[in-house]
Design a protein around this ligand. Structure first.
Ligand SMILES: Nc1nc2c(ncn2[C@@H]2O[C@H](COP(=O)(O)OP(=O)(O)OP(=O)(O)O)[C@@H](O)[C@H]2O)c(=O)[nH]1
Ligand SMILES: [Mg+2]
Length: 207
């Protein structure tokens, strides 16, 4: 038995409609020969996170996702309510004090993501920590689906979503949030690039 239970659970967000990809299930599309959701799972494992500390959130093709070997949970709110529905599902299922969310469509995310978000949460005594990075236009923007959350935020998110709230920043703005800048020296310009369309997925594969 593990005397020191893991403090973090990671949640792979694969519950979207994929409408800009023609409605296909994005997490099951191949990236460099393997499904995006599996690439995401492997990249989390490269950051010292074992599979038993990883969950997956999906709303379609649940058995295909289950074959990746981690628990799969559909949204507890109906109707593809957006990423916050995934956050809510993860916070409800999480058995550790911290939950990390990562989307399934950004397969080049930083290998020090977990370490740096944890460090900022701790140092800034925050309730959540969120990545930020320069986008293709050079502007630094929050990357809200790369988020480390205290599981104690569950009650707040239940209230927010049950009142119809859907916007991530409207909810995170109610809490103490550490914004963690990545790629400040510009050497990983594609770390947060996400594939919303099939051409974008092909472009990402060629990087
Ligand atoms: N659980 C859950 N996750 C969602 C939902 N909508 C989006 N996401 C996730 O949030 C992340 C970012 O969303 P998008 O890039 O917009 O993905 P998407 O919604 O599948 O794609 P579009 O329909 O083209 O916007 C992805 O990891 C999605 O899987 C939802 O309704 N429920
Ligand atoms: Mg996206």
């Amino acid at each position: 038995m593990n005397a020191h239970p893991p403090a973090i659970t990671a949640l792979i967000l694969a519950g979207g409609r994929g409408s800009r990809m023609g409605g296909i299930d994005k997490g099951l599309q191949n990236f460099r020969g393997l499904p995006l959701a599996l690439q995401t799972l492997m990249r989390l494992q490269m950051q010292s996170l074992p599979p038993e500390e990883i969950l997956l959130n999906a709303n379609r093709n649940l058995s295909a996702y289950e074959s990746l070997g981690v628990p799969v949970w559909p949204d507890t709110i109906d109707g593809f309510a957006g990423p916050l529905a995934g956050f809510l599902t993860g916070l409800e299922r999480c058995e550790t004090p911290l939950l990390l969310t990562v989307p399934c469509d950004s397969p080049l995310f930083p290998l020090d993501l977990i370490e740096r978000l944890c460090q900022a949460l701790d140092e800034q005594d925050a309730d959540l920590a969120m990545a930020a990075a320069p986008e293709s236009d050079g502007q630094v923007r929050a990357q809200p689906v790369f988020c480390l959350l205290k599981v104690s935020l569950l009650e707040s998110l239940v209230s927010f979503t049950h009142a119809g709230g859907r916007k991530i920043d409207a909810w995170t703005g109610q809490h103490r949030c550490a914004l963690v800048p990545f790629n400040e020296d510009g050497d990983e310009p594609h770390a947060f690039a996400n594939a919303n369309t099939l051409p974008e997925l092909l472009q990402l594969e060629s990087l």
